[in-house]
Design a protein around this ligand. Structure first.
Ligand code: KMH
Ligand code: ZN
Length: 277
């Protein structure tokens, strides 16, 4: 029997706008409804950003608290918060969700292990800042997901582990196809997987039209999948997804064809070494 695949739904992001798609969830209620629909479609985890009421990206602890409260009231998915936020945010702002404690504490948080061009912007992650965020994730009691936009970021994760700032094995997300960073190619996926420290799990977040084909490739290679409006708003050419749940449903079909069962949130918690809340 093959290993259950963990499907992550990236519901919101910081870049997509309501002008691009009317299906982008913005309020806590909309985000939680989408999280519940994704769980029903097969997701075990949501990757979470939040927005101000006018749609502006935010890392406000209050907005995260409202979204997490509402998600946990409706469903049992793992909540993974972004510490990347939007380009240009400072470290305290980015780490807003890591200040949450108690029943609103995030179970997972992203940790990007390097600086990268991000379209015409720069997603800035100097080494001292990476270490600062790694410490804050640990203090919060969350488990990191290592976000790698380029190959050297896998090596930086090894360095962090050597410094005692990261526990291995860990869970990695290979973010492919951001303009200015590593392109989405099967060779890149195979190389990144070959560079992983022993025992690590991994997923692929491929941008735009690459999202679904690379989710399939990841499942074929024994990895996990991430899909959602943060990375891609289309279900097929010219057809907007009516929410991330439609993209999750597509991945669930593919997983079934490939003979990969889908992990429940509790199975995923066990695999990702997430302690009980
Ligand atoms: N919005 C990007 C600049 C993360 O969530 O940690 C960073 C990002 C990664 O989305
Ligand atoms: Zn994100």
């Amino acid at each position: 029997m093959s290993e259950p695949a963990i499907v992550t739904a990236c519901l919101v992001g910081a870049e997509v706008s309501r002008e691009q798609t009317p299906y982008l969830p913005i309020t806590a209620d909309e985000i939680a409804a989408e999280a519940a629909a994704c769980r029903k479609a097969g997701a075990a985890m949501v990757h979470l950003h939040v927005r101000e009421p006018d749609g502006k990206p935010s890392q406000s602890a209050e907005l995260f608290a409202a979204a997490i409260r509402e998600i946990r009231r409706r469903t049992d998915v793992i909540v993974q918060v972004s510490t990347g936020g939007a380009v240009g945010m400072g470290v305290d702002e980015r780490c807003g969700p890591l200040t949450l404690r108690g029943e609103l504490r995030p179970e997972m948080a992203t940790l990007t292990t390097g600086t990268v061009n991000f379209g015409d912007d720069v997603f800035s992650n100097p080494r001292p800042l990476i270490r600062d965020i790694a410490r804050r994730i640990r203090e919060c009691g969350a488990v990191p997901e290592i976000e790698c936009f380029d190959a050297g970021m896998v090596d930086e994760a090894r360095a962090l582990a050597g410094e005692g700032l990261l526990a291995l094995p860990a869970h990695f997300d290979f973010v492919l196809g951001v303009p200015g960073a590593l392109a989405a190619t099967p060779e890149a996926v195979r190389f990144l997987v070959s560079r992983l420290p022993e025992g690590c799990s991994w997923t692929v977040a491929a941008m735009g039209r690459h999202e679904l084909p690379f989710a399939k490739l990841a499942l074929e290679l024994g990895g996990n999948a991430r899909v959602g409006l943060e990375d891609n708003i289309y279900l097929s050419k010219g057809v907007l997804a009516k929410g991330s749940h439609e993209l999750v449903a597509k991945v669930a079909e593919v997983a079934k064809e490939l003979g990969r069962p889908l992990a429940t949130p509790d199975e995923a918690r066990q695999r990702l070494r997430i302690p009980a809340l």
